[in-house]
Write a protein that binds this ligand. Structure first.
Ligand code: HEC
Ligand code: HEC
Ligand code: HEC
Ligand code: HEC
Ligand code: HEC
Ligand code: HEC
Ligand code: HEC
Length: 629
């Protein structure tokens, strides 16, 4: 038995650390939101406030777009056809190309096959696998209930499990009008139906989510209070606006004469642009400020009131020639932007409520260009006779903002926002990740926040890089910044967690553990810390601690197969085989490709003289291995 266990241990270890590693490495905003579910105390935001305090909660007087459309019918009608107004749709309400919602067999490279199966107004995605002789090994089906994306470029599909949302392995691709594996999924090794779609996606793609308080990424029913991006994401919560307009003019108190709704057109240029930046700028990494959560941003704020974004710096300006750079960064590298004192913004060219119809596109944007280029007389240098020739026919954007080539991948820029004099080819491959020294804080926001908070986010950013690169030099730099921060704010779990990471990278195991335990005491349901401590305890052969952390983790998030696999292994080592078997079965239920878990079960059942069960799992394990798993 011992040898068998050991074999399993190695196998599961590899699988699990791969999955676990991935979880640690993607420092998505999902991780960060977990850090900020703390009670909020009165606030102080001045740059030199001696004792940092958390800001007050943001205004939550939302009324929903339906309400706005009662009085602003024309705008609501126009906005309805904007892709942003269709950014997320329940599958039952989805109106899509017939092909998208038809019965399909999808056969991407690799051994697993898929089926898209409509059933009335419901939709199922199947993943199935057959062994070389054609005998089915498993057929796992999930019901997808939300479509993410208007379909301009494509759509991801979401399923609900344990109050959370996960992406299906399949995406719809608009250009080819086909189903295929989600971007970044490699055929025989991917996250299947386990890629969580948390706040880190939904903050940009959904109107408003119905998150359970203190449980990041867990939702009550209905999951979305507003499905698609609505009026209040750009105008702020509307309740006070409604109150204002229902009150008689005469009864308004003096000083009450300003309509509390935000009209971005009346904001200063930076705040106006930040309304769009809140979703159109991802950068290399984002970090919430102390005491903030993502959903705290309200139109009228600066981004740095809530989070800071690291982007690649000047030294890499040549690398801006990649599609991976956002429209925001490209535009800000343009001559139009730099020579107009930053007057060029998203709204110089885009209408927030509508997009021009294809036939009006050239005219629409020409008017936008001419609003500056006629008045400054710095018009086009190209002689008019040439400009008017087909196919461009004086479409300013056809020559100066050409398409960067078709791409299926979301979050790559399609239209060249560098606004170049002469079109230049673009690199099709995203550039390599920049080194830490090249990263700067977007829009010099660090100059507008206290120094200690700049150190804090820089420390967090570097700690993330250090974990990826395992470079001691970066870990040491991160650590000194985080240590200084920890002296100032003692209850910042984000800082405590990452200080633990740098301690570990620099070889101090016991301090890493104490820090993580201290963090968990402050935030007992913090998923990332439970994962870290579970794995860490197992690595140190503290089996009962590891098993307890996994139990606590499953109370928070029971949806990851690899973690149940690891727990089965630990419980087996402890000798608690009843629970170990349960855990292994749960792992297989979530991920039927786990041949190691089958093999382990075969051994355990053999030990328990349960011949049929043992044979079944032995069989499954062998056939799965033959199929490449
Ligand atoms: C009870 C009717 C009513 C409802 C409901 C309503 N508004 Fe208004 N809104 C008005 C009136 C009246 C004005 C002022 C006149 C105008 O601009 O049409 C106004 C003005 C505005 C303005 C311009 C303000 C300015 O200072 O320039 C914005 C923006 C706006 N509303 C957005 C919204 C949004 C967003 C909602 C939903 C959250 C909403 N409104 C709901 C009646 C309403
Ligand atoms: C910072 C905001 C932001 C985050 C976070 C974000 N997206 Fe997006 N996403 C956008 C924007 C803006 C677009 C459209 C513009 C573009 O593609 O350049 C987009 C486009 C897409 C599209 C294509 C939609 C269409 O109609 O063609 C898909 C699919 C998508 N995102 C999925 C995701 C998923 C899944 C996540 C989480 C892993 C995610 N996005 C996270 C902002 C975001
Ligand atoms: C993507 C951001 C965004 C969304 C979503 C949005 N707006 Fe606006 N809205 C703006 C901006 C920006 C302006 C200022 C435009 C300008 O004047 O250049 C504006 C202006 C307005 C105005 C005042 C100016 C006018 O044209 O009368 C009203 C009223 C308004 N919006 C209502 C709405 C309503 C109602 C919705 C939802 C159906 C909505 N908006 C959705 C960004 C948005
Ligand atoms: C709440 C997040 C959010 C905000 C705020 C936001 N956007 Fe978007 N925007 C998106 C997402 C997500 C998409 C992709 C929608 C899709 O196709 O599914 C998008 C798409 C777009 C597109 C592409 C439309 C097309 O033809 O495909 C434009 C242009 C755009 N946004 C402009 C703006 C401007 C200008 C502002 C500020 C006034 C703004 N957005 C604010 C999230 C946002
Ligand atoms: C808010 C004002 C503004 C808008 C809108 C604007 N530009 Fe510009 N643009 C400028 C300024 C200012 C310059 C610098 C002119 C100069 O140096 O005299 C410039 C420069 C340029 C240049 C020269 C770039 C170079 O590298 O020398 C081109 C090409 C250009 N713009 C095209 C456009 C096009 C096409 C549009 C519309 C899609 C547009 N611009 C919209 C303000 C604007
Ligand atoms: C000088 C004009 C101009 C400015 C400024 C501008 N855009 Fe665009 N944008 C365009 C044009 C033209 C298109 C292509 C529209 C089409 O194909 O119909 C476009 C397309 C887009 C798209 C669709 C995806 C793509 O890459 O084609 C998004 C998203 C977008 N812009 C976001 C933004 C944001 C965010 C800002 C502000 C940082 C901004 N744009 C500023 C002209 C501009
Ligand atoms: C057929 C392609 C084409 C069209 C259409 C076109 N341009 Fe140009 N534009 C050019 C080229 C090429 C140059 C560079 C000429 C040179 O460097 O001698 C240029 C140069 C410019 C410049 C720089 C002028 C300077 O003084 O250096 C501006 C600004 C500009 N264009 C704006 C526009 C605007 C605005 C429109 C739409 C009304 C437009 N262009 C339409 C091709 C075009």
């Amino acid at each position: 038995m011992k040898r068998g266990q050991w074999r399993l241990s190695l196998a599961v270890l590899l699988v699990v650390t791969a999955a676990g590693g991935a979880l640690w490495l993607t420092r998505s905003r999902t991780d960060e939101v977990a850090s900020t579910d703390r009670p909020v105390t009165p606030h102080a935001t001045t740059a030199d406030s001696p004792v940092p305090q958390k800001p007050p909660p943001a205004d939550t007087g939302f009324v929903g777009s339906e309400k706005c459309s009662q009085c602003h019918q024309a705008i609501a009608e126009t906005y309805r056809s904007h892709p942003m107004a269709r950014s997320l749709t329940p599958v039952k309400d989805l109106v899509a190309a017939e092909n998208e919602l038809a019965d399909h067999l999808v056969e991407p490279p690799g051994s697993r096959k898929y089926r898209v199966r409509p059933d009335g107004n419901r939709l199922w995605h199947h993943e199935f696998l057959s062994d070389p002789s054609g005998q089915p090994l498993y057929d796992q089906q999930v019901e997808v209930t939300f479509a993410l994306g208007s379909g301009s470029r494509g759509r991801a599909y979401l399923l609900e499990r344990d109050g959370r949302l996960f992406a299906s392995s399949l995406n719809w691709y608009a250009r080819t009008q086909q189903w295929g594996l989600a971007p970044g999924y490699s055929p025989n090794s991917h996250k299947r139906f386990e890629r969580e779609v948390g706040q880190g996606c939904l903050i940009c793609h959904a109107g408003r989510t119905n998150e359970v308080s203190n449980q990041p990424n867990v939702y009550s029913s209905p999951v979305f209070l507003e499905n698609a991006i609505g009026c209040e994401r750009c105008h702020g919560p509307g309740q006070r606006h409604l109150d204002y307009h229902s009150a008689q003019k005469a009864s308004r108190l003096p000083g009450d004469d300003a309509d509390p709704i935000v009209n971005p057109a009346k904001l200063d240029v930076d705040r106006r642009e930040d309304v769009c930046h809140q979703c159109h700028l991802q950068g290399e990494s984002q970090h919430l400020r102390y005491g903030r959560q993502m959903s705290d941003f309200r139109p009228g704020m600066r981004l740095e009131d809530v989070w800071l974004i690291f982007v690649s710096g000047e030294r890499r300006s040549s690398e801006r020639q990649t599609q991976a750079i956002s429209q925001v960064e490209q535009m800000r590298s343009s001559t139009c932007y730099s020579k107009s004192d930053g007057r060029v913004g998203c709204l110089s060219c885009h209408d927030a409520h509508s997009t021009p119809a294809p036939a009006e596109r050239a005219d629409f944007y020409r008017q936008r260009c001419l609003s500056c280029h006629a008045e400054t007389k710095a018009g086009c240098r190209l002689p008019e006779t040439q400009r008017l020739l087909a196919p461009e026919a004086n479409s300013c954007v056809a020559c100066h903002m050409p398409s960067l080539g078709t791409s299926d991948v979301p979050h790559t820029t399609q239209t060249d926002h560098r606004i170049l004099r002469r079109p230049e080819p673009i690199r099709s491959e995203p550039a390599a990740r920049p080194a830490n020294t090249d990263l700067v804080i977007f829009d010099r926001a660090d100059q507008r926040i206290p120094q200690w908070e700049t150190n804090r986010v820089r420390g967090l950013m570097l700690a993330g890089l250090a974990e990826k690169s395992r470079e001691r030099r970066i870990a040491a730099e991160a650590e000194s910044l985080l240590k200084a921060t920890h002296k100032i704010v003692r209850d910042d779990v984000e800082v405590i967690e990452w200080l633990g990471v740098t301690r570990l990278l620099l070889g101090n195991t016991s301090e890493a553990r104490s820090l993580w335990q201290a963090g968990l005491a402050l935030e007992p349901r913090r998923e990332s810390l439970l994962v870290r401590l579970a794995f860490f305890s197992h690595d140190l052969h503290d089996l009962s601690a590891a098993a307890t952390y996994f139990d606590r983790l499953f109370e928070v998030n029971p949806s990851h197969a690899a973690f149940h696999g690891r727990q089965a292994h630990i419980l087996g080592q402890i000798g608690d085989f009843d629970r170990a078997i349960q855990a292994a079965n749960r792992a297989i239920e979530l991920d039927p490709t786990l041949s190691q878990a089958h093999e382990w079960l075969a051994q355990v059942h053999q030990m328990r003289r349960q011949k049929d069960l043992s044979k079944h799992h032995q069989d499954m394990s062998r056939r799965l291995r033959q199929a490449g798993f």
